[in-house]
Design a protein around this ligand. Structure first.
Ligand code: RRO
Length: 308
């Protein structure tokens, strides 16, 4: 059974990589992903300047996932530019996530990484955790304006990380915009932004930033991730690949994302909670499931969700 897949013409040796998010900010963390069974190395979203991120406590594990408001802790884009060559020595694609605090910042960084050997660029339009900065993905005019500017700046396969949508009219509107641009992929979903977990004992929210509002992650969000992948697979051009994200803990979760239309998946909360062994485990569980079901390749499954 082969898990070989591809995103934007870039070949992946397996189906599972890390999501931009946990354990991918420092050089040490990125090399650990490089040495693991992950299909690619995805960097933490970068900004122009290094950031410490939001005040602590800013992360809490929950029964079915996690809530966090990390606030973009990262080394600044110049550090990731410097790291690309040594990360490529792991012989797997390097995906650089870019999350400027303005369109001008994103333009600067897309140009800079266009001049690097990064394999894929993922522009994050959906960080929910910066006070005073709305999520670009929820502002359709801004998405269109940003893509007009960013797509002209690189020949590299460019993707965007989307926020979850919850209305069919939003899937329709966003897909109509995306189909007019030469993007290579979307990654969906980011965490569900601005959720609130309250501890009844302390009578407080469980995290501090933004009055306790943070991104919900893990098992809670899988049905929303599956719906977003499938809704976009039904609406996007065939040459726009979809990377599925949201609540993938095991091979069965990954298989469901393949049925919905994901060409690869990214894992955040499971990686945060279990470490880099999760990539080998989930890939192995997926391969065993495909074999048991009589599939020779993950490609036979992608987008094949059956109708009633
Ligand atoms: O760093 C974060 O707080 C963060 C980001 Br940039 C993002 O895109 N999604 C998220 O849940 N957290």
């Amino acid at each position: 059974t082969t898990l070989q897949s591809s995103i934007g013409q870039v070949t992946l040796d397996s189906y599972v990589m890390n999501a931009s998010g946990p354990r991918c900010s420092s050089a040490e963390e990125l090399h650990l992903i490089g040495r693991s069974n992950a299909a690619a190395i995805v960097t933490k979203s970068c900004t122009i300047l290094p950031r410490e991120g939001n005040a602590e406590p800013r992360y809490r594990d929950l029964e079915l996932g996690a809530i966090q408001s990390m606030g973009l802790p990262n080394l600044g884009y110049n550090a990731y530019l410097d790291l690309v060559p040594e990360l490529l020595e792991h012989n797997k694609p390097v995906v650089v996530s870019i999350s400027g605090l303005s369109l001008a910042d994103n333009e600067t960084m897309v140009k800079a990484f266009d001049g690097s050997d990064a394999s894929l660029l993922e522009v994050n339009f959906s960080c929910p955790n910066i006070a005073g900065k709305p999520q670009t993905a929820y502002d359709f005019e801004q998405v269109e304006n940003s893509l007009t500017r960013l797509c002209s700046l690189t020949d590299k396969p460019l993707g965007i990380k989307l926020a979850p949508y919850f209305d069919m009219s939003h899937f329709d509107s966003m897909a109509e915009i995306l189909n007019r641009f030469p993007i290579a992929f979307i990654s969906t979903i980011n965490s569900i932004g601005n959720t609130l977990i309250i501890d009844p004992q302390t009578e407080r929210a469980v995290i501090k930033p933004k009055g306790g509002f943070g991104g919900l992650c893990g098992q809670y969000v899988k049905p929303i991730g599956l719906a977003n992948v499938h809704a976009f697979r039904q609406r996007l051009r065939d040459d726009i690949d979809i990377v599925g994200v949201g609540g993938i803990y095991n091979g069965t979760d990954a298989f469901e994302y393949a049925l919905a239309g994901a060409s690869a998946v990214q894992v955040a909360t499971s990686f945060q909670q279990q470490g880099e062994g999760c990539f080998q485990r989930i890939n192995d569980e997926l391969a065993a499931l495909l074999e048991a079901k009589g599939y020779a390749s993950i490609k036979e499954v992608i987008g094949q969700l059956k109708a009633f």
